[in-house]
Ligand binder design. Structure first.
Ligand SMILES: [Zn+2]
Length: 398
């Protein structure tokens, strides 16, 4: 009964109630941070209302990196003595520079795990009966089979042998595992995987990429957003047209340039306040058919703010190119080569395919029609482009 009622409340919570809940959570957590956390004490002030909140400064990843570099290894964003922390995570460092180290207390870690159970897994219909195969270095809830330190071939066989029902991976890596299975004569439709959940890249919100993953795995694919230093922030829903941001556990803002800014409301051991995520989004408050009261990021995260490239005055993101390229099932990997010559941006899409008569001109025409500018395309042999088990690097600047 209690559970039923809380679900009803969740779907009927008004925006004002949500705002009041956010402010109450922030006001409950902030006093400890202001008292003992050296990083935030120097930056924040007490928050009584939204006016106070909006006067807090924005924080960037480079400020966090500089702090950890000047007070190694964990920096000064620590609310409690070190022996209160039980888990360490680290960012992939894929954007260059040193990875960030992120520590959780037992309470902060429970907060992350609860968000996975109550929001991410629930939206995907994953229950305690599922067996989750995790190709990331972490896994939460359910029986989680960790796929670290294995080759891709070993991972395919482990998924089959152990009867995994849920796959967690980047979208690119789900396609890579399908490629490995096919090369090894393994039929993935025979596997028990019924749900795939993807993070790290926007792919699971790009219809053509999601279609390719669902076809390869005979499964239903969901998008999940989150960051090592922030926590799990959102998930796609039955409407399949975007990602809901979990506003009961975060405060989200979008800058005038379209960058997502987030404040977490429960990871108090190493919190982030008004953190610039670097993700470019278009947000909507239109009611969703799934009943979620949360803000929706339309079409998922469009890309990283610094991944944008310009061709003859038109601003483009890799996800717009991906939506077209993934319609061609014969393409394995692809990258966008960006070259600046004599003040001109030259961009070429390089696709990897087995097919000898791949229709390059048709792909060029499709890209031109969808994006409004001409991008040259080039075909290379399979295995030429680098493979990544983490985030694929889509834009190569030459
Ligand atoms: Zn929805």
């Amino acid at each position: 009964m209690g559970r039923l009622r809380s679900e009803t409340e969740r779907s009927e919570i008004s925006h004002d109630q949500l705002r009041a809940m956010q402010l109450a959570k922030l006001r409950a957590g902030l006093p400890d941070v202001l008292a003992t956390n050296a990083f935030w004490r120097a930056r924040l002030h007490d928050v009584r209302g939204w006016d106070d909140f909006e006067r807090l400064p924005l924080t960037t990843k480079s400020q966090l990196m500089a702090d950890q570099a000047s007070a190694p290894p964990f920096g000064t964003n620590l609310t409690y003595p070190l022996d209160h922390y039980v888990r360490l995570h680290q960012t992939s460092g894929s954007s260059g520079g040193h990875p960030l180290h992120w520590l959780d207390t037992a309470g902060s870690w429970e907060w992350c795990a609860r968000i996975w159970a109550q929001h991410v897994y629930r939206a995907a219909g994953v229950t305690g009966d599922d067996r989750v195969f995790c190709a990331f270095s972490f896994g939460l809830g359910c029986l989680c089979i960790s796929g670290g330190a294995m080759t891709s071939e070993q991972r395919v066989h482990t998924i089959l042998d152990l009867g995994a029902t849920v796959l967690l991976s980047t979208p690119t890596y789900a396609l890579r595992l399908a490629e490995v299975a096919r090369d090894g004569g393994v039929d993935l439709a025979r596997s028990g995987i019924r749900v795939t959940i993807h993070a790290g890249e926007p792919g699971a919100s790009i219809p053509s990429t999601r279609d390719a993953i669902e076809a390869a795995w005979s499964a239903v694919s969901f998008d999940h957003t989150g960051m090592t230093e922030l926590g799990p922030t959102g998930h796609s829903c039955s409407a399949r047209d975007g990602v809901h941001l979990i506003e009961s556990e975060y405060i989200f803002e979008v800058t005038s340039e379209g960058e997502l800014v987030a404040t977490n409301l429960g990871r108090w051991g190493m919190p982030l306040v008004r953190y610039r995520t670097g993700d470019r989004v278009v947000a909507s408050r239109e009611p969703c058919s799934c009943g979620s009261p949360f803000l929706k990021v339309v079409g998922g995260i469009r890309g990283r703010v610094d991944d944008m490239f310009t061709v003859r005055g038109v601003n483009l993101y890799p996800s717009q190119v991906e939506e077209i390229v993934r319609r061609y099932r014969e393409v394995g990997e692809f990258v966008i080569e960006h070259r600046r010559e004599r003040q001109m941006d030259e961009v070429a899409v390089v696709v990897e395919t087995l097919v000898s008569d791949f229709p390059v001109e048709r792909l060029e025409a499709d890209l031109r029609q969808a994006l409004g500018v001409r991008l040259g395309c080039r075909v290379v042999a399979p295995g030429t482009l680098p493979r990544s088990e983490l985030k694929a690097r889509r834009v190569v600047r030459l």
